[in-house]
Write a protein that binds this ligand. Structure first.
Ligand code: PMP
Length: 390
């Protein structure tokens, strides 16, 4: 008989369920990390619409090879590392979006004999679940100074000290840009130090690249950390997701790029993991990304659409800050200092619960998805937050 204790629900999706079942006409969701336009609706990028027309109804739905579509992977590499980079040591495998890429990467680390993987404190909740699910131990390294969320800065001294304390052959997940949930990324100089320590300590590095384009508004500027690793002589993995920056959340489009003198053997090992897990990657989403990135016209459209999404979020950050400063008389500068899709508001769990009673939903950590804010709901969100922090 199947006999199991209840399994706890994923916190992000549990919050979404609470939101959906809330009958209040005033309810607002700032929970899930998905882009919404200024009317609060999900968007289909116009470059994606055009790509769908080009692909048309006649598109073949044959199996892709286990490693995925070679042309999609070539274009994904170019985007990930930037034009003109030396990619002679890089091989790639298509993945089920960012999550699937992380899964393949962590399973690979397990195969390589790695015992333990670290992610930032705090981080995206699934890093822990994926690591444990791959049969690895999970721990964290310092990221923010959690005692002072109103001036969110990386606690860099302790971050480096934690990296220094790791053992050769342990793994570390680093978010390439637009850090979830804090909205705070290392500076260029800090990345250089991180690369140096990871190399000297002999760590397995996984760069989680889920928000390329959302941090600065420019996909090429957002690959800074990846290029820093590429210009070192380190072996590393980059997991790319096209969920956010192409608005292809449900299509599960992603890629893992392996940088190593043995990258072919590494990808072959990952192909074996993929074959025994889901066999082959899905095709339609990668056809869309390939069509957009492979056409200079659609690619330009895409770059400007990513820029527009990112600048709408930036303008909402400013609006939230101004409204909250007006309502509370205290500084909310951290909201505009942060970048990417999320803001770590600094609200306590108790304050988050007060907001929830008023049907304004955010994660227990106080993280809001700024993409969920628009000119129509800004006033109410700020009023509810303002009251909660009184
Ligand atoms: N990494 C981070 C940091 C994320 O926030 C997300 C999405 N929330 C992912 C990876 C993976 O997302 P997906 O599987 O939808 O590409």
């Amino acid at each position: 008989m199947f006999s199991l204790p209840p399994t706890p629900e994923d916190p992000v999706f549990a919050l979404n369920r609470l939101f959906t079942s809330d009958p209040s006409p005033l309810k607002i969701s700032c929970g899930i990390g998905a882009y919404r336009d200024n009317s609060g609706n999900p968007t289909v990028l116009s470059c994606v619409k055009k790509a769908k027309e080009i692909i048309g109804a006649e598109s073949q739905n044959e199996y892709l090879p286990i490693a995925g579509d070679a042309e999609f992977l070539r274009l994904s590499r170019e985007l990930c590392f930037g034009d003109g980079s030396d990619l002679s040591n890089v091989e790639s495998i298509q993945s089920l979006s960012g999550t699937g890429g992380l899964y393949l990467s962590l399973k690979l680390l397990k195969k390589l004999g790695c015992k333990k993987v670290y992610a930032s404190n705090p981080t995206w909740g699934n890093h822990k679940s994926l690591t444990l699910n791959a049969g690895l131990e999970y721990s964290t390294y310092t990221y923010l100074d959690l005692s002072n969320l109103k001036t969110p800065e990386i606690d860099f001294k302790n971050l480096i000290q934690d990296l220094e304390g790791m053992q050769k052959g342990e793994g570390v997940i680093l978010q390439a840009c637009g850090h979830n949930p804090t909205g705070v990324d290392p500076s260029e100089g800090e990345w250089e130090e991180i690369v140096e320590v990871c190399g000297r300590k002999g760590l397995y590095v996984i760069l989680d690249n889920a928000y390329q384009g959302f941090a600065s508004g420019s996909p090429s500027s957002d690959s800074l950390s990846i290029r820093k690793f590429l210009s070192s002589s380190l072996d590393f993995l980059v997991c790319c997701s096209y969920a956010k920056n192409f608005g292809l959340y449900g299509q599960r489009v992603g890629a893992v790029h392996v940088v190593s003198s043995e990258s072919k053997n590494v990808v072959d090992a990952m192909k074996q993991i993929a074959r025994a897990t889901y066999s082959n990657p899905p095709k339609y989403g990668s056809d869309i990304v390939k069509t957009v990135l492979g056409s200079s016209e659609l690619r330009e459209d895409w770059i400007s659409e990513v820029g527009e999404m990112s600048s709408r979020i930036k303008s909402m950050r400013l609006a939230i800050r101004e409204k909250l400063e007006e309502k509370t008389g205290t500084s909310w500068k951290h909201v505009t200092d942060q970048i990417g899709m999320f803001s770590y508001t600094g609200l306590s769990k108790e304050q988050v619960m007060k907001c929830r009673e008023e049907s304004v939903y955010m994660l227990d950590s106080g993280r809001i998805s700024v993409a969920g804010v628009n000119e129509g709901n800004l006033e109410r969100i700020c009023e509810v937050i303002g009251k909660a922090v009184e």
